[in-house]
Design a protein around this ligand. Structure first.
Ligand code: PA5
Length: 438
């Protein structure tokens, strides 16, 4: 496995300016590592690639094999940190049209997601999609009380019980939640569902490398061992306290410097539609970790070249408060050669013999240059290919960078107090007992 390559030369930030943060970074690094084993600190993700629960990992692999044998569809119910990581990896590693491939041609169950919105059409479309197919469910909620997944689970549990009867439905339900508390935990204990644990010291948005992400990812036929190996190599590489040799911390510092220059929106860019949900995962990671105390870089995502035809104008010439981080996949999994056409009516014969990936890469190079010239600083993150090991590295890279970046900003990157505000209003409007006078 090759290491990620991080290129800061188009950020407009000099190495000297970055290294001025060395002392501060070392201080935060030592603070993070000294608290890593403290159950109260939400730092469990820091050593997860070495300290994960090996017994549970085997149970995840076993459960995934059972689902692969007895189900055509695996419905993952969860929201925010309880689904985005799984979806990011599943979509990055499977066909762009995985759910449309006929079952007899699919080696693994189709992994689909519910409980991440409250829209009735979405739920009915899933019911229609499932049709006569065999189904298992994984409901994921750390608190065990989040409204969206709780409602979806109530609906799909009944659906499953009607389809298979209560006994068989029990063997098709997998619950990922807290090890002791919450309504979901109680329900799972009472019904005897197979349970997986979200460790106390791992927050939702940092939980993809626990059962939260690993079970759905394994069901989709993706090698979770390799995913962990990739994360482990990043854990080792970025455990370096010296900023000079740590690109992960440099990324955090560059963000901080750019933020200080009023660059308060970061665009994470991909040239691979399969990375769409990786960007969604990243948006939550940074948005929820840093957006507080009236501070924070707004994390946004764009997919090129698609969005160059919709957002390109703004990025090139709109308000100059943007910077970009580009995810570059060095080798595409497959490629297509552009063939000659005698008539050349489309004028494309100048590309004969070139491949689509080559054109995509030239579009990337051209766009980076145009945007940098237009005062959009650019960091380029290159991974060799889109596989489990590289995704594992990338996940760990961003989690650690996010922790460092939040600390540099002076916020607590592990809480999310603001998420509660809408819930209080919604519960009052819905008449939830206890919310009448809020
Ligand atoms: O990162 C977070 O803490 C949140 O996004 C949660 O993951 C999300 O709100 C879902 O919470 P829960 O897993 O408790 O249902």
């Amino acid at each position: 496995m090759k290491d990620l390559k991080i290129d800061f030369q188009n950020t407009g930030v000099e190495e000297e300016a970055i290294l001025k943060y060395s002392e501060k970074v070392a201080e935060i690094h030592n603070e993070l590592y000294s608290k890593a084993d403290d159950e109260k600190e939400f730092l469990g993700w820091l050593k997860l690639p070495t300290d994960y629960d090996k017994k549970e990992f085997k149970r995840i692999e076993k459960a995934a094999k059972k689902v692969q044998r007895d189900s055509d569809v695996f419905l993952v119910i969860g929201i925010g940190g309880s689904y985005l990581g799984a979806r990011a990896v599943v979509e990055a590693m499977t066909s762009n049209f995985a759910t449309a491939i006929p079952d007899e041609q699919s080696k693994y169950p189709k992994v689909i997601f519910a409980g991440n919105n409250l829209n009735p059409d979405y739920v009915n479309d899933i019911i229609e999609f499932i049709g006569d197919r065999d189904l298992s469910i994984n409901v994921i909620s750390k608190s065990g009380t989040t409204t969206e997944p709780a409602i979806a689970f109530r609906i799909f549990r009944e659906f499953l019980e009607n389809k298979y009867g209560i006994e068989e439905a029990r063997s098709r339900i997998y619950v990922t939640t807290d090890k002791k508390k919450g309504a979901l935990k109680q329900l799972a204990d009472r019904e005897g569902y197979e349970e997986f644990v979200i460790p106390d010291n791992v927050g939702g948005r940092y939980s993809v490398l626990t059962a939260v992400g690993l079970l759905p990812i394994a069901v989709a036929g993706i090698d979770i061992d390799k995913l962990m190996q990739g994360a482990l190599s990043a854990q080792n590489k970025y455990a370096e306290e010296n900023l000079k040799y740590n690109d992960c911390y440099k990324y955090a510092v560059v963000r901080n410097i750019l933020y200080g220059k009023d660059k308060n929106i970061e665009l994470l860019v991909d040239y691979e539609p399969k990375l769409h949900y990786f960007i969604e995962w990243w948006k939550q990671l940074f948005g929820e970790s840093e957006g507080k105390d009236l501070k924070g870089i707004f994390p946004a995502g764009v997919e090129f070249t698609t969005d160059l035809h919709s957002m390109g104008q703004y990025i090139q010439q709109g308000r100059r408060n943007l910077f970009e981080t580009v995810l570059n996949v060095e080798k595409s999994k497959t490629d297509i050669k552009i063939e000659s056409d005698e008539d050349n009516l489309d004028g494309l014969n100048y590309l004969v013999g070139k491949t689509l990936d080559y054109v995509n890469k030239k579009a990337m190079e051209a766009t980076i240059k145009a945007h940098v010239d237009g005062d959009v600083p650019n960091t380029l993150i290159t991974m060799e290919k889109l596989d489990e090991e590289n995704l594992g590295q990338l996940i760990y890279f961003f989690e650690l960078a996010c922790a460092m970046s939040g600390k540099l900003l002076g916020v607590n990157p592990f809480n999310q107090p603001g998420v509660e505000a809408y819930k209080t209003n919604m519960f009052k409007l819905l008449g939830k007992p206890g919310y009448e006078n809020k």
